[in-house]
Each structure stands twice: as C-alpha cells, then as structure tokens.
Design a protein around this ligand. Sequence first.
Ligand SMILES: O=C(CCCC[C@@H]1SC[C@@H]2NC(=O)N[C@@H]21)NCCc1cc([N+](=O)[O-])ccc1O
Length: 124
Amino acid sequence: ARKCVLSGLWKNELGSNMTISAVNTDGGFTGLYHTAVTATDKHIRVSPLKGSQKPTNQRKQLTFGFTVSWTFSNSMTVFVGQCFMDDKGKETLKTMWLLREEVSSPGDDWKATRVGTNIFTRIK
Ligand SMILES: O=C(CCCC[C@@H]1SC[C@@H]2NC(=O)N[C@@H]21)NCCc1cc([N+](=O)[O-])ccc1O
C-alpha cells in the first residue's frame, strides 16, 4: 500500500504487541494491547485500546492517537504518533505516550504521570 494503514499487528522495541482492528469511516478504531513490561508486580493481561486517526485522503503519513485502559492495574496510557512509510513501503509508527497511575492523594499527583516514546513496526 502506498499509504500507511493502521489495522494489523504491530510490535514495539519493548517487545509489546498490539492488534488494531479495521479503521471505520470516521477514523475510529479499536484493538488489543499486550504490554511486555509493567511498573507493577501485577500479572500482565491483554488490555483494550480505542483510538482515532486523521483521514488519509489528503495525506499518506497519517497521525493518530489511542488510549489503553490497563485491565490489570488502575492506570491508563495515551499514545499519540504518526505513521511513516519508507521508499520500500515499510511502515513505522513513531509515538509518544503518557502513563497515568492512580495515586492515593492529590499530594502525590506530581508523581503520577510518566512519559516516553515507542516505535512500532509491523509483525508479518
Ligand atoms: O504498568 C502499568 C500498565 C502497563 C504500562 C505499560 C507501558 S505503556 C507505555 C510503555 N509502552 C509499552 O508497550 N509498555 C509501557 N501501569 C503501572 C502504573 C502503576 C505503577 C505503580 N508503581 O510504579 O508503583 C503502582 C501502581 C500503578 O498502577
């Protein structure tokens, strides 16, 4: 495809993988996220993701965002990023994320959000 398509199976440099369903006409999509890492001692389980992408009629390297509501911890991550395609048609999703954990009091709010980057490539 000469344009990035988000649907399919992706992995990032941490070893996490995600499956994105078909993108519907208004750019919405859902999927499943299996993180390879966690900041808790909880057992990792597959978690749902919901997101949206900008329409690709004008551009081929689309921007998107999605939210993962972790099923095994009281925390949430939002990812934002863009799909880039090289001249061989290889797609890369370059993203930044915010991970919000639940803290017990407003006084702990300052330490509740982590930030980072992830790069996703397709799993054939
Ligand atoms: O670990 C998780 C959910 C999985 C996050 C995986 C991230 S999402 C970005 C990055 N990319 C990727 O693929 N995986 C990682 N939440 C922990 C929050 C938390 C921490 C503590 N604590 O540290 O004490 C206590 C209670 C808590 O709820």
